[in-house]
Design a protein around this ligand. Structure first.
Ligand SMILES: *[C@@H]1O[C@H](CO)[C@@H](O)[C@H](O)[C@H]1NC(C)=O
Ligand SMILES: *[C@@H]1O[C@H](CO)[C@@H](O)[C@H](O)[C@H]1NC(C)=O
Ligand SMILES: *[C@@H]1O[C@H](CO)[C@@H](O)[C@H](O)[C@H]1NC(C)=O
Length: 411
C-alpha cells in the first residue's frame, strides 16, 4: 500500500482517465478499421462483376420453367391469414420463470442451462433494424444468413460471392443477415454503431434485441420465421445458412428448378440431414445437452450450416413452432418442428456441412471441382471463400465429370 493517500488518489484518477482515453482510442480505431475494410471490399466488388457475367451466361430453360412455376405458386398459398401486418413487438417482457426455480429437476440441471430454462418462454423480441421492403415484389429465393456483429468480414465475403443479389436462371435472389445484439461485456455501443453504418450501406441486416449467444440461436430461428410469415407473402424458397460456408447458388437454383419440374415443392426441406442422432452427454462439448433437458434420440434434422426449404413449409413451421418448447440447439429445434408436422427433412448429397474440415489434406478442402458440383460446403475463412469462388467460376477450370449427381435423390 503506498504511504501517501492523496497522491495515491490522484494517481488513480490519472490512470483511470488514461484508460478512458485508451478505450476511446481503441474504439475509434475499430471504427476506422471497419470503414477501411468496407472500402476495400467495394474495390473487390468491382472485380467480382466479371465473375457474375460468367454465371449469367449459363442461363437456360427459363421459359419451360415459367409454366410449372405458376402451378407451384398457387399451391403455396399462405397458411395463416390472421398474421399481423407488421412486427408489433415493441417491448421486451422477459421475466424469469419463477415456477421452475423450485423444481428439483431444475436444481439438478447443469447451471449453464439455467438462464436458458428461466427465459424459455420469451420468444419474440423488438426489432432494431428491419427491412420489410426485401420481400416486396416477387422473390424466388430468399437467402438468410446467420451472423453476429463482429463477423463483418464474413458478411462482406458472402455479399461478394454467393449472397450477391441478382437473377440466376430467371430466379430473383435476395439476401438478408440475421443478427442479435452484442453481449454487454463486448464494446456493445460501438459495435452497434458499426452495424448501423454497415446497414446504411447495404440495407440487408435484420437485427433483433436479444443477445447473440449460442443458446439464443433458436430465438433467431423463430423470430425469423415470424418475420417471414408477416412480410414475405411472395417469396417462394428460403436458403438459410451460416456466414462461413461455401454455397453454389447456381446448383441451388438447379435443385429448385428440378423440384418444381417434378412437382416436389410443397414440403421441400433439404440439407445435410442427420437421422438417429442422440444428445451429446460429454460436458465439454459445445453441444452438450443434460438428461434433465432432453432424454430421447433427436428427430432427423438438417445441420444449420445450410438448408433449403419452400415458403409453404416455412409458414407451417412457424405455426407449429409456436406450440413447441424452445430447445437450445436451433437445428435440432427445427427437426422437432418438422417431426410435429410429419415432414421428413431430406438428405441431399449436394450439402456437405459436416466432418470434412478436420482432414486438411482432403480433396474437399482444395479441389475446386467438388465445389463446382456441390451446393453447400463446410466452413471456410472469408479469404478462402473468395479465392475458391474465383477458382470455381474460372472458365479455364475444367472438371471431367460431375462428382455428385444433383438430380439424384438419396432418401
Ligand atoms: C400482434 O398482432 C397479432 C395479430 O394481430 C396479435 O395476435 C398479437 O397479440 C399482437 N402482439 C402484440 C404484442 O401486440
Ligand atoms: C410481462 O409478463 C408477465 C408474465 O408473463 C405479466 O404478468 C406482465 O403483465 C407482463 N408485463 C407487460 C408490461 O406486458
Ligand atoms: C438470450 O437473450 C436474452 C435477451 O437479450 C437474454 O436475456 C438471455 O440471457 C439470452 N439467453 C441466453 C441463454 O443466452
Amino acid at each position: 500500500m503506498p504511504p501517501n493517500g492523496t497522491s495515491c488518489a490522484s494517481e488513480m484518477e490519472h490512470l483511470f482517465r488514461r484508460s478512458r482515453v485508451l478505450k476511446t482510442l481503441l474504439s475509434l480505431s475499430l471504427v476506422l478499421a471497419t470503414f477501411l475494410m468496407i472500402q476495400k471490399f467495394k474495390v473487390v466488388d468491382f472485380r467480382m462483376k466479371e465473375v457474375r457475367m460468367d454465371m449469367k451466361n449459363s442461363l437456360r430453360g427459363t421459359l419451360q420453367w415459367k409454366t410449372k412455376d405458376n402451378v407451384a405458386r398457387n399451391i403455396a398459398a399462405p397458411v395463416r391469414e390472421s398474421a399481423p401486418a407488421t412486427w408489433n413487438i415493441s417491448a421486451i417482457n422477459c421475466t424469469a420463470d419463477s415456477v421452475v426455480l423450485s423444481q428439483s429437476w431444475f436444481q439438478n440441471l447443469d447451471p449453464r442451462f439455467h438462464r436458458f430454462v428461466l427465459h424459455r418462454h420469451c420468444r419474440y423480441f423488438p426489432m432494431i433494424m428491419n427491412h420489410p421492403e426485401k420481400c416486396a415484389g416477387d422473390v424466388d429465393l430468399l437467402i438468410v444468413v446467420k451472423s453476429v456483429i463482429e463477423q463483418h468480414d464474413r458478411r462482406q465475403a458472402v455479399r461478394l460471392t454467393w449472397g450477391k443479389e441478382h437473377t440466376i436462371n430467371g430466379k430473383r435472389i435476395k439476401t438478408l443477415f440475421l443478427l442479435g445484439t452484442p453481449a454487454p461485456e463486448k464494446d456493445a455501443r460501438n459495435l452497434q454503431k458499426l452495424i448501423e453504418y454497415e446497414d446504411r450501406i447495404y440495407g440487408d441486416i435484420l437485427q433483433w434485441n436479444f443477445m447473440d449467444t449460442f443458446f439464443n440461436l433458436t430465438l433467431k430461428e423463430i423470430n425469423f420465421l415470424r418475420w417471414f410469415n408477416i412480410y414475405c407473402k411472395n417469396v417462394r424458397f428460403i436458403f438459410k445458412g451460416d456466414d462461413d460456408v461455401f454455397v453454389n447458388p447456381t446448383n441451388l437454383v438447379d435443385l429448385i428448378d428440378f423440384r418444381i419440374k417434378e412437382d416436389m415443392v410443397q414440403n421441400l426441406f433439404a440439407g445435410d440431414t442427420i437421422s438417429k442422432a442422440v444428445p451429446i452427454r460429454n460436458q465439454k462439448s459445445k453441444y452438450f445437452i443434460p438428461k434433465e433437458l432432453y432424454d430421447k434420440p433427436y428427430p432427423p434434422y438438417a445441420g444449420g450450416g445450410g438448408f433449403v426449404m419452400s415458403s409453404h413449409l416455412a409458414r407451417r413451421l412457424f405455426t407449429v413452432s409456436e406450440k413447441m418448447a424452445l430447445f437450445p440447439i436451433d437445428d435440432v429445434f427445427l427437426g422437432m418442428c418438422l417431426q410435429e408436422l410429419k415432414v421428413a427433412p431430406e438428405k441431399h448429397p449436394g450439402f456437405k456441412t459436416f466432418g470434412i474440415v478436420k482432414h486438411k489434406a482432403s480433396l474437399m478442402n482444395s479441389e475446386p471441382c467438388f465445389y463446382r458440383h456441390l451446393i453447400v460446403v463446410h466452413k471456410m475463412s472469408p479469404e478462402e471463400l473468395m479465392r475458391m469462388w474465383d477458382t470455381v467460376h474460372d472458365e479455364k477450370l475444367t472438371c471431367t465429370r460431375k462428382s455428385v449427381d444433383l438430380t439424384l435423390e438419396v432418401e
